[in-house]
Design a protein around this ligand. Structure first.
Ligand SMILES: *Cc1c(COP(=O)(O)O)cnc(C)c1O
Length: 393
């Protein structure tokens, strides 16, 4: 039996070590290994240009970028922030840390993105922001979200952790809201181990963002020569990545188009095999969407099928996995957050979702994976569920 095909595999461009070596050599001749060295600068300018973004600040994680956004949005105790429950903990935690209250709305079963038609009913006079999460790297309905935000005077913080190089109506995810947050964690498309970025899409937040990121000091202005010394100005923390991480990241970004194309190709191959199958429901996105192939997922008909499916795939040499446990049903989620309306799709989809292996190079295995999955699913008929259900009573 050949090796197991895991869900994820890090792409290595080959230039990472050389750039990290350059960062090390540079530090011997006046360069810095800490934050905001020359690689950090190069990556920030690279991303601003590639994404057509106003300002990109590298951080050590998307979690850090979300925390910065919550500070910049001036979230105060009791302020409400509308987001999906179907997301990673950091989306909610960043606001809870400031005393904010995440208010969860349901997702749409075709994309698992927030259902924008539910936003208005969740707005109260405490609402401060909307946080769309671009699940699987596929865009939320940003035009509607931005219109509602403008109408009610709310900020929009995109959790684009999975969304690098996806576009919505020609615009890069992360550049559409007031703030955008990216992750370069090793499970994402473009990586540096742990890393992230905060996109500041409105100039009025730029100066404060630099201060918040530098432990609440004006050190960034000082380093540029704009201030004589630096002092404590505001709340903040240490959100900068080391220049070593940025060196690694530059090597990845130089192959960013290749990475994205390969993943998109794998996504399409899966989709050709699964779309139209009556055993699994596949995602569907709007026509003006270009996705980055971050995740390929499918929804099984019954939650009760999933464990056996994952186990059988594993026996066949393929790792498949579920994803988020909805935050509203988690211990901290029920303590710190509130639900607006029904969580029907969130609960149903979260219990039926499986993710298939997705990484550069998986293309050649997609047929084998799809054959195996479809064979398992065609053997798991609804009548056997009914029987096993009765046996457990
Ligand atoms: C990965 C992820 C995060 C967290 O990213 P880190 O860089 O690990 O902090 C946040 N939100 C979503 C939706 C993610 O997928």
């Amino acid at each position: 039996m050949s090796e197991i095909i895991f869900l994820n595999k890090v792409f290595i461009s080959g230039q990472e070590a050389a750039y990290m070596q350059q960062a090390i050599e540079g530090s011997k001749t006046g360069g810095v290994l800490s934050g905001d060295g020359s690689f950090t600068h190069q990556v920030s300018r690279f991303l601003e240009k590639r994404l057509n973004a106003h300002k990109v600040l590298l951080t050590h994680s998307c979690t850090a970028a979300l925390e910065m956004a919550a500070i910049l949005a001036d979230i105060q105790p009791g302020d409400e922030v509308i987001m999906p429950s179907y997301t990673f903990v950091s989306t909610a935690n960043a606001f809870v840390l400031r005393g904010g209250v995440p208010v969860f709305i349901d997702v749409k079963p075709d994309s698992l993105n927030m259902d924008e038609s539910l936003i208005e009913a969740a707005i109260t006079d405490k609402t401060k922001a909307i946080v769309p999460v671009h699940y699987a790297g596929a865009p939320c309905e940003m035009d509607t979200i931005m219109e509602i935000a403008a109408q009610y005077g709310l900020l929009v913080i995109e959790d684009a952790a999975q969304g690098i190089y996806s576009t919505y109506k020609g615009r890069a995810l992360g550049t559409i809201g007031d703030f955008g947050c990216f992750s370069f964690h090793e499970t994402k498309n473009i990586v540096c181990g742990e890393g992230g970025a905060l996109l500041i899409n409105r100039e009025e937040f730029a100066a404060r963002a630099e201060i918040v990121r530098e432990k609440g000091t004006d050190r960034s202005a000082f380093m540029r020569g704009d201030a004589k010394k630096y002092t404590w100005q505001d709340v903040g923390s240490s959100y900068l990545p080391s220049d070593m991480s940025a060196a690694f990241l530059l090597a990845q970004l130089e192959k960013g188009e290749e990475i994205t194309q390969q993943r998109r190709k794998a996504w399409e191959l899966y989709d050709q095999r699964f779309r139209g199958s009556n055993h699994i429901q596949v995602p569907s996105y709007g026509p003006e969407t270009v996705i980055n192939g971050h995740i390929y997922f499918g929804l099984l008909h019954e939650a009760s099928e999933r464990k056996a499916f994952i186990d059988e795939m594993r026996r066949g040499g393929v790792q498949t996995l579920s994803h988020y446990v909805p935050l509203h049903s988690s211990p901290a989620g029920s303590r710190y957050c509130r639900v607006s309306g029904s969580m029907e799709h969130t609960e149903s989809c979260a219990a039926r979702l499986v993710r298939f292996p997705m990484f550069c190079g998986v293309e050649s295995s997609v047929d084998m994976i799809a054959d195996l999955a479809l064979k398992i699913l065609s053997n798991s008929t609804p009548s056997t569920h009914a029987e096993s259900g009765q046996l457990t009573v």
